[in-house]
Design a protein around this ligand. Structure first.
Ligand code: ADP
Ligand code: GLC
Length: 509
């Protein structure tokens, strides 16, 4: 494929800003694309809490005024670049009084744990400023690839306000849904801030969603092609309200344009043979190092030496999506298992309280750390025997992939990307890489854990199972092939004159 010029617009990119998988995915995809010879830029907000690691340099890239309703808002930009790597980010700063990004946290106010009340304006500004910057960037882009609700307005602005912009002639827009659980639904006033008059707000219009405005709907409707992060999730979100979260109808209308491309893992960061957060390294031929990690983790958790039960790891945002209600319901049965649990996560107080209480009542069996701790996340992956993900829904999920790579056997609910990547182990044929349950029921989760513990009791079987997972290739190479094809397809459409406009989009919805 000929090298392309690609601009990603996203609200996270590791290691500068990461809340969940989005940050990992944007960074790994951009790196792999650049390594293939594409020219890649990631546009992201310049949060106050941005982490600029050693080996990155940051320089000023000018300022502009961004259209904002009837007026304008000031934006300033910086470029952050890896000195020995491929990542290049354009950081969007809001230079106005309301300091959209110059405040603590990313999406939430750390003092309340709630989303910032002006998130709609913050990310609307981000999207508009990103488009303004790309217009004047001095490079011709082939692809503008927007991610999740925070960047959802980008394809719309490109096809409406900027429809005649020469810098954007011939480019294709892609919109990737990482999680339909966060759509950005707000009152219609936002439309005038985005530069559209009330005449565009009528039932069924691209801008209307049950009397309100839905950022994700705007992204889905205006993008040339839409993707999400696993084939199963791509099907699920069109099949029912449970997964489509109200957008199933909109997605079904675009069914021919929706693709599922499985995420990969960044093996520069997630590889037990080189992981900089571990003292002992290992690979599938030399599993001894895993034992050393296991002992260290048990010690760090304050677990006694005996009984040396298998360790079950959990690293997750503590939100309803991740299925911890099942842990709440099966608390007694879990405590009766001959297993120990290490949980790392930040999120809703009710789940934090649950894990805090379990760790307080049974310190020999439960350990809970509540922080965003990258190093501990790696040590849990390396030191655990099993990894539990009982998600209600999971667009892709990265931790089951990290677990497979680290010889840590995943126990998952079969949904979304978990269903696409984890297969039940069969002790007879020795095929499969983990343990899977389907109904969202505590009993089914416990049974899956029991099956896992039974296999763990047979070291030879267990090693075969670990090696099955460790031999799989979940690197970004396969996923990047998928995006290369997606981009080619979108560019072909544009070459054939299939460029969406406000009119064509309005008529098809
Ligand atoms: P999601 O994006 O829904 O949160 P993913 O499985 O795709 O789920 O990605 C989660 C990512 O965030 C993983 O890299 C995981 O290790 C990381 N993560 C989640 N919580 C924490 C935490 N408290 N500390 C460190 N890393 C975390
Ligand atoms: C989302 C999803 C997760 C996915 C990640 C990256 O936050 O919840 O399943 O892996 O995005 O695409």
């Amino acid at each position: 494929m000929k090298p392309l010029s690609i601009a990603h617009v996203a609200s996270e990119m590791a290691p500068l800003a990461k809340v969940g998988g989005l940050g990992d995915v944007v960074s790994a995809l951009a790196s792999e694309q650049a390594a293939r010879g594409h020219r890649v830029l990631v546009v992201m907000p310049r949060y106050r809490d941005l982490q600029i690691p050693k080996g990155w340099k940051v320089h000023d890239w000018g300022a502009t005024r961004v259209p904002w309703g009837m007026g304008q808002e000031p934006a300033r930009f910086h470029i952050a670049e890896e000195e020995h790597g491929h990542l290049r980010a354009l950081l969007v700063e809001h230079a106005g009084e309301r300091r959209f990004f110059d405040r603590p946290g990313f999406y939430d106010d750390p003092n309340t744990g709630e989303g910032w009340p002006d998130n709609a304006e913050r990310f609307l500004f981000f999207a508009r400023a990103a488009v303004e910057a790309l217009k004047g960037f001095g490079e011709t882009f082939d692809i503008i690839h927007a991610h999740d609700q925070q960047a959802a307005w980008v394809p719309c602005f490109v096809r409406t306000h900027e429809a005649d912009e020469p810098a954007f002639a011939d480019l294709a827009t892609i919109y990737t849904i990482h999680n339909l659980g966060y759509q950005g639904i707000v009152d219609p006033w936002v439309l005038s801030v985005a530069g559209f008059s009330r005449e565009f707000f009528f039932p069924q219009s691209p801008f209307e969603y049950w009397g309100r405005v839905n950022f994700m709907k705007v992204g889905i409707v205006f993008a040339d092609l839409v993707s999400t992060v696993s084939p199963t999730y791509a099907r699920e979100i069109q099949s029912s309200g449970e997964y489509g979260c109200g957008l199933e109808g909109v997605l079904r209308r675009r069914t021919g344009d929706v693709r599922g491309i499985l995420n990969g893992i960044d093996d520069r960061v997630w590889d037990p043979a080189t992981d900089t957060h571990l003292d002992a390294h290992y690979d599938r031929e030399h599993l001894d190092g895993k034992q050393a990690n296991r002992r260290r983790l048990a010690m760090a958790c304050g677990f006694p030496l005996e009984p040396d039960w298998p360790i079950v790891g959990i690293v997750s945002r503590l939100v309803e999506q991740k299925g911890f209600d099942l842990i709440e319901q099966a608390e007694r049965e879990l405590c009766d298992l001959h297993a120990r649990f290490v949980v790392l996560g930040v999120g809703q107080p009710r789940y934090q309280e649950l894990f805090r209480r379990l760790a307080f009542e049974r310190p020999w069996q439960w350990h809970f750390a509540t922080a965003h701790d990258e190093a501990l996340a790696h040590r849990i992956e390396a030191g655990s025997d099993l990894f539990l993900m009982p998600s209600r829904y999971e667009p892709c999920g990265l931790n089951q992939l990290y677990s497979l790579r680290y010889g840590t056997v995943p126990v998952v609910r079969s949904t979304g990307g978990l269903a696409d990547t984890v297969r039940e182990f069969d002790p007879i044929t020795r095929e499969g890489n983990g343990f899977v349950f389907a109904p969202f029921e505590a009993e089914d989760m416990i049974m899956a854990l029991r099956r896992a513990l039974a296999v763990h009791a047979e070291p030879q079987l267990w090693e075969a199972l670990q090696r099955n997972g460790m031999s799989q290739d979940f690197s970004w190479r396969a996923s990047t092939d998928g995006y290369d094809r997606l981009y080619e397809e979108a560019l072909e459409r544009i070459a054939h004159g299939r460029v969406p406009t406000l009119e064509t989009v309005r008529d098809s919805f």
